[in-house]
Design a protein around this ligand. Structure first.
Ligand SMILES: *Cc1c(COP(=O)(O)O)cnc(C)c1O
Length: 427
C-alpha cells in the first residue's frame, strides 16, 4: 500500500501517538489548595444575614480579583455555571410564563436555567459566521411575552452583543450572556460576558481554567449583584434580616463555592490570559495549515473580536466536495485525528422539548395557563442550526488537548492527505 492510501482504506495512519491532555493545573494550585486545607476553613458561608453571608476569605479574594481581571463592577462566584445561569435568570426578575429567547447551539443548561423559573425558552436561529444567536432571528421571535435574551458565546467567540443590547433597549429586555466557553475573549477590547446585564463563566474541568467545578457571575448592575448573592445563599432566610423588600424570586439555594476551589481559582485566573494565548497560537497555526483546502471553512474571527477557541469549528461544503460529512469524518478519524465531532446539539430537539415534559408528567409549564401561547420546538424552527448539525458542521475539540507545533502539523497533514484523496471517498 502506498503511504498515500488513506488509513480508512488500509494505508498507514498519519498520526500514531495520542495527543497530550490539556491540564492547566500545576504546582501553584497544589500549594494554594494545601494552604487552605491546613487552615481547616474549607468554607465559611452562613445562610443567614451575617458577615459570613458573603463567604470566606478566599471566596471574597477570588471575587475581587475577578472583578479586576475582567474589568467589571461585581463578581459573584457559584459552585457551577449551571447554578450561575439559574441565579442569573432569577436575579433579572423573570416571572413564570415569561419568554426568554435562547440559542439552540449551546450546552443544555443555558435553556434549562430559563425553564427552572417556569419561564419558557424560545429558540432563535444562529448565524453561520460565529454560530451564535442571529440578532435578526432574535427580533423575529420577540412577542409581547418576551422578557430576556440568553445569548451564548459558543466555542469561544463573542455573540453580536452590540446588536443584542440594542434590541434589548428597544424592547425593554434583559440580556444574559453564557460565556462559559470564552473567558478571556475580547469584544471591542472588552472582556466577553461583561457587556450584558449579567454574564459569566464556567470553572468545570473541561473549560479553559477550572477548579473542578465552579462558576463566576459578572454584572455591572448593583441590584442584580445583590439578588445574585441572595439566590446563591438561601435568600428566603436572609431577606428579613437584610431588609430586602422585593421578594420576587428570592427563593435561595446553596450555590456557594468552597474555599479550596476559590484558592485554586485565584491561581487559574493568573494563568488565564497565557492559556488563552496558547490556544490562539495553536488555532492560528491550524488555520494557516488548512488554508486553501477547497470546501473547508475554518473559524472566522470577526473584526474587533478575539477567539478563545474552546472548540475549533469548521464548515464543510459537502455539495462541492461531493462526499458526505460522515465519510470525511471517518477518513480523518482513521488518520488519527481524535477529538473531531460532527454537529452540535440542537437543544430544541431534546426529548424534553419535543414532548414538552419537564416538571412532573403533565407538560408543566407549557400545559399550564401561565404559558401564554403554544411555543413551537418543531424541527425546522432553526434552519441554519439544523442544516449545520445535520450535514455540514465539523469541530475539533481543541480544548481537550495540549498540542505542540508538531501535533498541529500532523493534524494538517492528515487533513491534506484526506483532501488529496477526496475522490476515493465518493461512494
Ligand atoms: C460548560 C457550559 C455550561 C455549564 O457549566 P457548568 O459549570 O458545567 O455547570 C453552560 N453553558 C455552556 C455554553 C457551557 O459550555
Amino acid at each position: 500500500m502506498s503511504t498515500e492510501t488513506l488509513a480508512l482504506h488500509g494505508g498507514p495512519k498519519t498520526i500514531t501517538r495520542p495527543f497530550k491532555r490539556y491540564n492547566p493545573i500545576g504546582k501553584e494550585e497544589v500549594d494554594a489548595a494545601k494552604a487552605v486545607v491546613e487552615t481547616g476553613v474549607l468554607s465559611k458561608f452562613l445562610g443567614c444575614w451575617d458577615p459570613d453571608f458573603y463567604g470566606g476569605p478566599k471566596v471574597q479574594e477570588f471575587e475581587r480579583a475577578c472583578e479586576k481581571a475582567f474589568g467589571v463592577k461585581h463578581v459573584v462566584t457559584v459552585n457551577s455555571w449551571t447554578s450561575g445561569l439559574i441565579s442569573a435568570v432569577g436575579a433579572i426578575g423573570i416571572e413564570p410564563g415569561d419568554e426568554v429567547i435562547v440559542t439552540p447551539w449551546t450546552m443544555s443548561a443555558s435553556a434549562t436555567a430559563i425553564l427552572h423559573w417556569n419561564a419558557i425558552p424560545v429558540f432563535a436561529d444562529i448565524e453561520l459566521e460565529t454560530f451564535n444567536l442571529d440578532p435578526k432571528s432574535v427580533e423575529a421571535n420577540i412577542t409581547p411575552y418576551t422578557k430576556a435574551i440568553m445569548a451564548v458565546d459558543i466555542f469561544g467567540h463573542s455573540c453580536d452583543i452590540d446588536a443584542l443590547m440594542e434590541i434589548a433597549r428597544r424592547y425593554n429586555l434583559k440580556v444574559i450572556t453564557d460565556t462559559a466557553q470564552s473567558p478571556g475573549a475580547l469584544y471591542k477590547a472588552q472582556v466577553t460576558g461583561t457587556l450584558a446585564h449579567v454574564g459569566g463563566y464556567s470553572l468545570n474541568y473541561h473549560k479553559h481554567i477550572h477548579t473542578g467545578e465552579g462558576g463566576i457571575l459578572v454584572t455591572n448592575d448593583d441590584e442584580i449583584f445583590e439578588r445574585l448573592q441572595l439566590i446563591r445563599n438561601h435568600a428566603e432566610a436572609v431577606v428579613a434580616g437584610k431588609g430586602v423588600s422585593n421578594l420576587s424570586n428570592m427563593v435561595g439555594y446553596n450555590f456557594r463555592l468552597g474555599e479550596i476551589e476559590a484558592a485554586i481559582g485565584l491561581e487559574q485566573l493568573n494563568k488565564l490570559n497565557g492559556l488563552v494565548k496558547d490556544r490562539q497560537r495553536t488555532a492560528e497555526r491550524l488555520t494557516e495549515g488548512l488554508k486553501g483546502l477547497p470546501g473547508l471553512r475554518t473559524p472566522i474571527v470577526k473584526p474587533d473580536c478575539t477567539h478563545a477557541y474552546y472548540v475549533y469549528p469548521m464548515i464543510l461544503d459537502v455539495d462541492s466536495l461531493g462526499v458526505p460529512r460522515d465519510r470525511i469524518y471517518s477518513a480523518l478519524d482513521a488518520e488519527g485525528v481524535t477529538g473531531l465531532v460532527m454537529g452540535c446539539a440542537n437543544i430544541h430537539l431534546l426529548p424534553m422539548y419535543q414532548q414538552k415534559i419537564a416538571y412532573g408528567s403533565s407538560g408543566f409549564p407549557w400545559s399550564s395557563d401561565i404559558c401564554h401561547r403554544d411555543v413551537s420546538y418543531a424541527k425546522g424552527i432553526c434552519p441554519v442550526a439544523e442544516e449545520l448539525h445535520d450535514k455540514t458542521f465539523l469541530d475539533f475539540g481543541i480544548c481537550a488537548y495540549h498540542l505542540d507545533d508538531d501535533d498541529v502539523d500532523l493534524i494538517v497533514s492528515a487533513f491534506r492527505k484526506v483532501w488529496r484523496n477526496m475522490k476515493t471517498l465518493v461512494s
